[in-house]
Design a protein around this ligand. Structure first.
Ligand SMILES: Cc1cc2nc3c(=O)[nH]c(=O)nc-3n(C[C@H](O)[C@H](O)[C@H](O)COP(=O)(O)OP(=O)(O)OC[C@H]3O[C@@H](n4cnc5c(N)ncnc54)[C@H](O)[C@@H]3O)c2cc1C
Length: 390
């Protein structure tokens, strides 16, 4: 079972069904891509840093992969459009990029998954808790059980993957003994995009990025009925720790300020549109981890980790991340931050290969370790003071 139908869940369903897995997708909303992945338009572009970081290396891999998926699955104008972006801050210059409506990718990946007759999607199905295998005589055949708020089993499977973005924290915290927010540090980061109908020519030759991205023209026949089919946009704001989705005029003004540093005339246009009531807004919650890297892999079993550390005594500092005990058949793919378009498919492919027990990929092991969902719990456990006499 896969829990959550945004970019992460949809990419994973496609990757697993391609490997022959039978999937049940469970989603709290009435359909796919209703949360952060409902973004009307986002940008796929290089992550430029002064020196290579794990995130910049990951984004380099993800970018090429995501671009190939777009070209293979979607016609330009129906969910994406190739472009270049002018970077005005550090690493200034012109870079290849693409404007993308994530819901189009989600739909394409779910269409791939649905081509397998065994694929099932269940909407309006919020999973409140996961119960591990065990506890009943036939438990080994029943695997993980997903319960709704009334305690009813809504699905069961030998393998469960949580792709519920910030919702993963509550779900896993309520399901796994000892899994604190420190062991799984996921944070909400609210973002608001300001946009309006574009009636005349594009407002600039190409998108520009400084503190935020200015999209001078985006046209897409598949934009939701609530949106015009031709828009310009500026975004997005960052409100760390805020898990709300309300549109704020203060955040439109923040976008206007960021836009003023890119294009003063366009910023005046944004404020005029706000004054005349023509400005539209879209706000949702990104999910970020403490070190801003995604969580991709098997979840740690904290009670077993604690026991292992106690047993290791003075040698606990030598226990490696790979030795961290895991829940059998329980995985997570979350914390894509503001890079879901770049990272979802690449991470989903790595996780599907891991679940399918394919031969380990020839990737930088440090990079794979940097994504391990057990990294926080492992570090915490090693730092804990040793019991007296140990
Ligand atoms: C304003 C804004 C601008 C952005 N701009 C860009 C951009 O330019 N480029 C880019 O790459 N990315 C951008 N992003 C980030 C991108 O949208 C996210 O990284 C991506 O959509 C995350 O996908 P996801 O599948 O992890 O999460 P989501 O799309 O949020 O999906 C998680 C799903 O899990 C479901 N769920 C949660 N809890 C449960 C539960 N208990 N049971 C069942 N279902 C559950 C939710 O309903 C939801 O559908 C932006 C985000 C925002 C908010």
């Amino acid at each position: 079972m896969v829990i959550g139908a945004g970019l992460a869940g949809a990419a994973l369903c496609a990757a697993l069904t391609r490997r022959g897995w039978r999937i049940t997708l469970l989603e709290a909303a009435a359909g796919p891509a209703q949360a952060a992945s409902a973004l009307p338009v986002g940008m796929l572009s290089p992550h430029l840093t002064r020196a290579p970081t794990p995130l910049s290396r990951l984004c380099e891999l993800g970018l090429a992969d995501a671009r190939a998926e777009l070209e293979q699955l979607l016609a330009p104008g129906q969910g994406w459009q190739p472009c270049e972006v002018d970077n005005l801050g550090h690493a200034s210059g012109r870079w290849p990029a693409a404007l993308v409506r994530p819901a189009a990718l989600v739909a394409a990946w779910l269409a791939q998954a649905s081509a397998h007759p065994s694929f099932k999607a269940r909407w309006q199905t919020r999973v409140a808790r996961l119960l591990p295998p065990g506890g009943a005589p036939d438990a080994q055949t029943r695997g993980w059980r997903a319960l709704d708020a009334n305690g009813c089993v809504v699905a069961q499977a030998p393998v469960a993957v949580v792709t519920a973005a910030f919702g993963s924290l509550a779900l896993l915290g309520d399901s796994l003994p000892g899994l604190t927010a420190a062991a799984l540090p996921l944070r909400p980061v609210k973002g608001q995009l300001s946009l309006a109908a574009l009636r005349g020519p594009a407002l600039a030759p190409r998108p520009q990025r400084n503190n935020g991205v200015f999209v001078p023209c985006y046209q897409d026949s598949g934009l939701a009925p609530a949106w015009p089919t031709r828009i310009w946009a500026m975004g997005s704001t960052y409100r760390r720790g805020d898990a709300s989705c309300t549109i704020e005029s203060e955040d439109h003004e923040r976008n206007a300020l960021s836009l003023a540093a890119i294009d003063a005339a366009a910023a005046l246009g944004l404020r005029d549109a706000a004054a005349s009531g023509e400005l539209l807004g879209w706000a949702q919650v990104r999910c970020a981890s403490l070190d801003r890297l995604p969580l991709v892999g098997a979840l740690p079993d904290l009670s077993a980790l604690q026991a292992l550390m106690e047993q290791a005594g003075a040698r606990r500092g030598r226990l490696t991340l790979e030795q961290t005990p895991r829940w059998p058949g329980l995985f997570v793919l979350a914390a894509l931050g503001s890079r879901g378009l770049t990272l979802a498919h690449w991470c989903a492919e790595r996780l599907a290969a891991r679940i399918d027990a394919e031969a380990p990929c020839a990737l930088d092991p440090d990079l794979l370790r940097a994504l391990d969902p057990a990294r926080f719990a492992w570090r915490l456990a090693r730092q804990q003071p040793r019991p007296a006499g140990a």
